[in-house]
Design a protein around this ligand. Structure first.
Ligand SMILES: [Zn+2]
Length: 200
């Protein structure tokens, strides 16, 4: 058992909570932070506190936004209100925006249905999506969850819920290999995936 002073141990434990960070990496990150000049360490801590204090979920699409009220995409009159692209995570919005091929709105689920990880439909922002489709003037909902088993199952589940509203439900035509991830697809691939989307 390695011994660290309690304050250092606490820092290591916080890093070890981050997704994909094991104990060894957490130690390396903690040592890195300790090696920072005071002002840089403070800027690091401040960024966490200030993001936590000012970032909220958009009341419409549930994407991250700063302050109260709709996010810039939901607030923009230039975006097509009648199309909603459903993604699992905020980082997928970033990937699709980067491709510059999509001019509609989004809906962020914050995960996919995953029985293995105990994530059920009620843990995701599905009810908000149904509310939007039932009350808004929505013509098409594009399922842009990743082409993984869980992403496909989530898209199928949502498609069954959405069809009774008489809305067109489509799925991205992935040039992305099965099991691949949206965020790592290059812009041209994402553009083609959007263009070639098919009915579900
Ligand atoms: Zn929004």
């Amino acid at each position: 058992m390695e011994y660290f002073p309690p304050a250092l141990e606490a820092l290591v434990e916080q890093f070890a909570r981050l997704p994909g960070v094991g104990k060894k990496s957490a130690q390396r990150l903690a040592f890195f932070v300790l090696g920072l000049p005071d002002d840089e360490a403070r800027a690091f801590a401040d960024a966490i506190v200030s993001a936590k204090g000012s970032i909220a979920l958009c009341p419409v699409c549930r994407n991250f936004t700063e302050g109260e009220g709709p996010c810039p995409i939901c607030a923009s009159s230039k975006r097509d209100e009648s199309t909603i692209c459903v993604v699992a995570d905020p980082k997928d919005v970033v990937a699709l925006e980067r491709s510059r091929e999509y001019a509609g709105r989004y809906h962020v689920l914050h995960g996919v249905i995953s029985p293995m990880n105990h994530v059920g439909p009620d843990d995701l922002h599905i009810k908000e999506l149904l509310d939007r489709v039932s009350t808004g003037d929505i013509r098409e909902v594009i399922m842009a969850t990743n082409p993984t088993t869980e992403g496909e199952a989530t898209a199928m589940y949502l498609s069954r819920l959405l069809k009774p509203f008489g809305v067109r439900v489509t799925r991205l035509a992935y040039g992305v290999p099965v099991g691949g991830q949206l965020e790592f697809a290059d812009d041209a691939t994402l553009g083609r995936a959007l263009e070639g989307r098919r009915e579900m």
